[in-house]
Design a protein around this ligand. Structure first.
Ligand code: ADP
Ligand code: MG
Length: 311
């Protein structure tokens, strides 16, 4: 069995590209780009709460970083630096090695330097702190949505929740939907390119981690506005509809843009080869109020907007 320091050296210390001082000292040193500000966020993944304890370690490594990268995307930031704090019940090297492979695959794909962390014994959990850069004042906040803005979502929300429902035997998915939904669950693609492209276009943005309606609700509350959505969902409740409306873990972006920019957003979807769907619009009204119309134009009774750890 290796010491804590040997583990760090072997699995978590990799060359960096744009860091003054990385892993190995009491602190890391980074030099932000002139004219940019730093966006900082942290997210924890706990066994049993955020992932099943028998999850493939490589997928888990990817997802641990990807969910944090997604927060940078939602701010319109370019992710740059990350720190990884891990608690492990035992130091099983084959497991740690595979976790690190997935984690650094994500770091590489998004050009992120891993500059430090902490390694300790304890119940399995992972906490990443991530830092990104945005030109001064250009971050996408939750609070900027205005009356008349259009509401958009990237990709196809609900896939991760459907994948989870399959694993929990609440539904049986057939191929190719099964592989698609399991990929969404285990190997989410944070929408960094979209977030960056939305600088100067979007008035507000958030990533869908808890559920489409729940996360849109956060924009509405922070912006002090209401919204009406017209969705291509059936009038009758189905698990697929529930996953679309309230399933978490997709890491798609929900954002608002002035209606005048509709064509620009459509063009962006083509450039990025990423579906962007207009869901409805922002209205004046009770902050947070959300009216959802189904494909027949009838209002849906919403019982659950998404996942809440203490709800
Ligand atoms: P300290 O005792 O000063 O907290 P540590 O022994 O915890 O230092 O860490 C030594 C170095 O290794 C530090 O630079 C720390 O940031 C880094 N480090 C520790 N664990 C990890 C990890 N899991 N991933 C990346 N870097 C790590
Ligand atoms: Mg430490």
């Amino acid at each position: 069995m290796s010491s804590e320091f040997a583990l760090i050296d072997r699995y978590f210390r990799r060359p960096t590209k744009r860091t003054v001082l990385g892993v190995g000292d009491d602190g890391a040193i980074v030099r932000p780009t002139a004219g940019y500000e730093l966006v900082i966020s942290t997210d924890m993944l706990v066994a049993g709460t955020h992932f099943l304890p028998d999850t493939d370690p490589e997928n888990l490594g990817w997802k641990t970083l990807a969910v944090n990268v997604s927060d940078m995307a939602a701010m319109g930031a370019q992710p740059r630096w990350a720190l990884l704090a891990v608690a492990l019940p035992t130091a099983t090297e084959s497991w740690i090695s595979r976790f690190a492979t997935g984690f650094f695959a994500c770091a590489e794909q998004f050009d992120i330097d891993v500059i430090g962390g902490d390694t300790t014994r304890g119940p399995l959990n992972f906490c990443v702190t991530i830092c990104g850069e945005v030109p001064l004042g250009q971050s996408l906040l939750r609070s900027g949505a205005r009356r008349g803005d259009e509401i958009w979502v990237s990709g196809t929300p609900g896939r991760a929740a459907l994948g989870l429902a399959h694993l929990q035997e609440r539904i049986v998915l057939d191929e190719p939907a099964l592989s698609d939904c399991l990929t969404a669950l285990h190997h989410p693609q944070p929408r960094v390119a979209l977030g960056l492209a939305l600088q100067g276009i979007a008035t507000a943005a958030i990533d869908v981690s808890d559920g489409l309606l729940a996360d849109l609700g956060h924009i509405l509350e922070a912006s002090g506005v209401a919204a009406t959505l017209k969705l291509a969902v059936p009038p009758a409740p189905t698990l697929a509809r529930e996953c679309y409306l309230a399933g978490g873990d997709d890491y798609e972006l929900v954002f608002t843009t002035p209606a005048i920019r509709h064509a620009e957003v459509e063009a962006l979807a083509k450039t990025l080869a990423l579906p962007l769907t207009c869901l409805g619009s922002i209205q004046a009204g009770t902050p947070g109020q959300l009216t959802v119309l189904d494909s027949a134009g009838q209002p849906l009774e919403i019982t659950r907007r998404g996942y809440d750890h203490f709800g």
